[in-house]
Design a protein around this ligand. Structure first.
Ligand SMILES: Cc1ncc(COP(=O)(O)O)c(C=O)c1O
Length: 368
């Protein structure tokens, strides 16, 4: 049996008639950047996220960077972000000229706690970028309270957690703004790069909209130096179609996650991901911590099962941050995770049989 890690072609075929129709409409309209498709997508996305404003962007990395710029983060400022994440949530801080300050994550949730952030706060700290990693919401209520107490801005990186919701509220709505990636493999993905920023702060939304469009809302307005990071009309049209399917795709992800939990819970060599509030995890990825990880991956590969590592190297130990001279003792959890994590296949176009097949393979590898 083959178990692909992702199957974007299968996703396209499942909704092909609608997607083709939407694409044709845009192609015939002659309007390919911004315009009606983008406006209606933004309105619908904002509504589903439960916020007043959504600003379509070229990608989430730009969204995080523009959020820092709009929140006036300057060289000399410090911004705290998890040591364990995709590179974007750190590199945007460095690109801003600010100092990236890493906080280690929790070994069970993979997310950063308010306590770990608090230990890194100095008089120079100006903002926090919290990441809702793998689809699980971070402890955003406690992080927000900490930000309020220290007068810090809070940016939520929601790139892996579309429509997650905890007792603190919907993802992306607790901080000053939330940033989403629509990279094709995300729970809501375009057919190329795309992203979005959401906020209830009208002034912030306007600033981001201008920053992403050469400093203006109209063609010849350049109030300040901006950039070009706009959402394409074709991508917006695709995203609008897919928006109608995300909740059922997420439900399927959760069903498969439940199967993994049920069938692998007794494998002592495997640590399952933390899962408490059901709505607060949308299972973008199903990441376990596994003993003998490389051997396990090789065994699964022989059985036709694709796995990936998210991530092979924790951010403080990346060559890009070698100049900070961190050692594994500085971030012990992240250092351990980079040796143990493995992402099992979990996407809505798999079947229960395939998930059970993966579980049987894991169990037989460990000989349980
Ligand atoms: C946590 C996180 N932040 C940011 C990004 C950046 O998204 P984009 O590729 O749209 O720039 C990603 C994408 O993988 C991500 O996973």
């Amino acid at each position: 049996m083959q178990v692909l890690f992702n199957d974007l072609a299968a996703q396209y075929h499942a909704i092909r008639t609608e997607v083709d129709g939407a694409l044709k409409q845009v192609l015939h309209s002659g309007w390919y950047v911004g315009g009606e498709q983008v406006h209606t997508f933004e309105a619908e996305f904002a509504k589903q996220c439960g916020v007043a404003h959504a600003v379509g962007l070229g990608n989430a990395t730009d969204g995080l960077f523009l959020a820092l710029q709009a929140l006036n983060i300057q060289p000399g400022d410090e911004v705290i972000t998890p040591a364990w994440s995709w590179i974007s949530s750190a590199e945007v801080i460095t690109r801003c000229g600010a100092r990236v300050v890493f906080a280690d994550v929790e070994p069970d949730t993979f997310n950063v706690s308010a306590k770990a952030i608090e230990q890194k706060i100095t008089p120079k700290t100006k903002a926090i970028i919290a990441v809702h990693l793998y689809g699980k919401m971070a402890a955003i209520k406690a992080i927000k309270e900490l930000c309020d107490a220290h007068k810090l801005s809070l940016i939520e990186d929601c790139s892996q957690a579309h429509f997650a919701e905890s007792s603190a509220g919907k993802v992306g709505t607790v901080g000053d703004c939330g940033v989403f990636s629509f990279y094709p493999t995300k729970n809501l993905g375009a057919f190329g790069d795309a992203g979005c920023l959401i906020t209830n702060n009208e002034a912030l939304a306007l600033k981001i909209r201008r920053l992403a469009n050469h400093g203006g809302l109209t063609k010849d307005e350049h109030l300040f130096v901006g950039t070009n990071s706009r959402l394409d009309s074709l991508q917006a049209a695709i995203l609008k179609v897919k928006l109608n399917y995300v909740s059922s795709w997420t439900a399927t992800r959760k069903e498969f996650a439940t199967t993994y939990f049920n069938l692998l819970k007794n494998v002592s060599e495997v640590t399952m991901p933390h899962f408490d509030e059901p709505a607060a995890h949308v299972f973008h990825l199903f990441v376990i911590r596994a003993q003998k990880r490389e051997e396990l991956r090789a065994f699964l590969s022989q059985q036709g099962i694709q796995t990936l590592i998210h991530y092979p190297t924790a951010l403080p130990f990346e060559p890009a941050y070698a100049y900070l001279n961190y050692t594994k003792d500085d971030f012990p959890v992240a250092a351990q995770l980079q040796q143990e994590v493995v992402s099992l296949p979990l996407h809505p176009f798999l079947s229960q049989e395939q998930i059970e097949y993966v579980c049987r393979a894991v169990i037989s590898f460990y000989g349980d």
